[in-house]
Design a protein around this ligand. Structure first.
Ligand SMILES: Nc1ncnc2c1ncn2[C@@H]1O[C@H](COP(=O)(O)OP(=O)(O)OP(=O)(O)O)[C@@H](O)[C@H]1O
Length: 607
């Protein structure tokens, strides 16, 4: 669980600069207090009352140094000079020694943390994305980083220096009349103590609100990514109603719990503060009337205490703002603390874009007694054993949910088997560097991801140094060349977000060409021809056939026509291998494959 310490650690790399700028700002806040003091002393001069002893001493020293007689003109001159220094002269230095650093630290920390967030996004295990959609994740990161950025200058540049100022005021008043100082201190401790107690409760409600907000954002993001389904089923009104209920639930917490709570707290604070100011006025007046303090001290104490109580309101407002943001900041750290997937460090190691993987495999793949369950108590693969010889083409077939894709996910090391091992060229894949290992494999998914950029950028995504001839060759094999001919700017056509929309079949050809371009040792097709029309499917099958024997190829296919020519067909059923053999062997065996085949060929369901 993340906590306050993590928020502090966010700014840790800048702690020296941070202490310096906080100290500088606090010093300016305290120096400010010289003004009411000097004005009090001027009043004493004008009303013929004695100056404070230390000030008298200082004026005497100055008189001696400049050889000028001690008197009213010199005393007034010294006090005016003091006021000039702390007001006019400090003005040009203050922003550079304070604001500059507060924002500089906040912005630099923002950059670091955004970097950390993207590193986390890149290394989180794939199952994290099964449970959290993009809206939830990006909302959490964006809110967390923005709130840290806004909060730092407020806390370091305002709240802490203001607290020091309040402390400085206490010291000033103590020297004038300690009893008033004690009253002042007690009232501050009570007001701040009560405020913090109330804020703790409000943070609890804010936490609830933050979770509600994430749920709403997550649903909005889902609606956006599934907008075609929403429109096709005409569920706009239903979705709007659902979101309305969520927003109403948020509003109920914000208005009735959080906002009302803050307003109540402010009401209480203001009443108590005004009462204290009034009490100090009464006490100071009594002390002046009784001759315990001078007129100058009366004015100074009154001005200082009004200044101090005036600070209480911004201090509490800043504390409230911090409290409101606290939960989203903590939730950002919880995201950063999510355990990363396998070999996260090595995955982020800087590699030259064109660097070759140090591995080169013949493509002999062996599954040895592999068992796996996403939830360890529910196995989806049970004691899987099979061997793929180098350059063989192997097809994985079986009913939906039988575990074909899971097998491939294990081969790609998205997940680790609960039991058994997977070997490539005789080496356990767990002993290999995951990034370099994956770079020797390529997969074409049913849904091919397209990045916003040109077609060429997308083709060379896995291999930036590919020559144009190599790109053309890959496109030719994947039959993408036919598509490119008809695009307005050929390879330089912008696809993705704002560019040309590619059809499902075109995207798959792009996926195949992209995979071929990295010249993998093991090439995996996961339902890669599923969204192609019959003609395109045939041409891709021909392409696949031309690849046969050049590298190890694993094909997951529902349409058995795609896998007829595979060297080996592995039939899975409920997580177990039930049949292995060539097309002819499995047909003559008369098992599940035979039944599936008959169903697809003739539409008959054999018992
Ligand atoms: N991320 C996941 N978390 C939990 N269970 C999962 C996950 N992915 C798949 N499963 C379950 O694992 C089992 C095997 O799924 P898998 O996707 O490997 O089957 P498949 O044979 O590839 O199916 P299909 O042909 O429909 O793609 C199914 O019961 C599925 O519900």
């Amino acid at each position: 669980m993340a906590n306050f310490r993590d928020i502090l650690n966010y700014f840790r790399p800048y702690w020296k600069l941070s202490i310096f700028s906080i100290a500088a700002t606090s010093a300016y806040e305290i120096i400010d207090l010289v003004v009411p003091y000097a004005i009090g002393q001027i009043l004493n001069i004008l009303s013929n009352q004695p100056l404070d002893k230390p000030l008298q001493g200082a004026i005497a020293t100055i008189a001696e140094t400049i050889n000028y007689p001690v008197g009213k003109p010199l005393a007034l001159g010294v006090l005016l000079g003091l006021i000039f220094i702390v007001t006019v002269l400090r003005a040009p230095t203050q922003p550079w020694l304070t604001s500059w650093f507060h924002w500089d630290i906040a912005l630099r920390a923002r950059q670091d943390q955004n970097q950390k967030a993207i590193e986390k996004v890149l290394t989180l295990p794939i199952e994290f994305y099964d449970e959290n959609n993009p809206g939830r994740i990006s909302g959490r990161v964006a809110r967390g980083v923005a709130n840290h950025t806004w909060t730092y200058p407020e806390i370091a540049g305002q709240m802490i220096p203001k607290l020091f100022r309040v402390l400085g005021i206490f010291v000033f008043i103590w020297f004038v009349e300690w009893r008033i100082a004690i009253l002042y201190l007690i009232s501050f401790v009570v007001i701040l103590g009560f405020t913090l107690k109330k804020l703790k409760r409000l943070i609890w409600h804010d936490n609830r609100l933050d979770k509600y907000m994430e749920n709403t954002e997550s649903r909005t993001s889902e609606i956006i990514s599934n907008i075609k389904t929403v429109k096709a089923f005409a569920t706009e009104a239903k979705e709007r109603q659902r979101q309305k209920l969520r927003l109403e639930r948020e509003l109920a917490v914000v208005e009735n719990r959080i906002h009302r709570g803050y307003v109540r707290l402010q009401t209480w604070q203001r009443t108590v503060i005004q009462f204290c100011v009034f009490a100090i006025l009464g006490l100071t007046l009594a002390a002046t009337v009784n001759g315990q303090i001078t007129l100058g001290h009366f004015i100074m104490t009154l001005t200082l205490s009004s200044m101090a109580y005036a600070e209480l309101e911004p201090i509490s407002t800043l504390a409230e703002i911090f409290a409101r943001r606290y939960t989203s900041m903590v939730r950002f750290h919880e995201f950063l603390q999510e355990p990363s997937g396998v070999d996260a460090v090595s995955l982020l190691e800087e590699r030259h874009e064109t660097a070759e993987s140090p591995y080169k495999f013949t493509g002999k793949v062996e599954f040895s007694h592999v068992s796996f369950g996403y939830d360890p108590s529910r196995r989806v693969l049970e004691d899987i054993n099979f061997l793929i010889e180098p350059y063989q083409t192997v097809a994985l077939v079986g009913r939906s949910g039988s575990g074909k894709s899971t097998l491939v996910k294990l081969l790609l090391r998205y997940f680790e088997p609960n039991q058994g091992q997977i070997l490539i060229d005789g080496q356990d894949i767990r002993t290999l560097d995951v990034g370099n290992y994956r770079r020797r494999l390529a997969i074409v998914h049913q849904e091919v991801d397209v990045f916003n950029g040109t077609l060429l950028d997308n083709l060379t995504y896995g291999r930036a140094d590919a020559t144009f001839e190599q790109v053309e060759e890959a496109c030719r094999i994947a039959r993408l060349d036919e598509v490119i001919q008809h695009l307005p700017q050929g390879y330089y056509t912008v696809v993705g977000e704002r560019g040309v929309r590619l059809s499902g079949g075109q995207r798959q050809r792009l996926g195949i060409a992209r995979a071929l371009l990295v010249e993998p040792d093991v090439l995996i097709f996961d339902e890669a021809t599923s969204s192609l029309d019959y003609e395109s499917e045939r041409s891709i099958q021909l392409a696949m056939r031309s690849l046969q024997g050049t590298r190890t190829t694993i094909i997951i296919a529902h349409r058995l026509s795609t896998v007829r020519e595979a060297d080996q067909i592995v039939v899975l059923d409920r997580g177990k291998i039930v049949e292995v053999g060539s097309h002819q062997e499995l047909l003559s065996h008369g098992g599940i494959y035979h039944r599936l085949h008959a169903l697809q060929e003739t539409g008959e369901l054999l018992s």
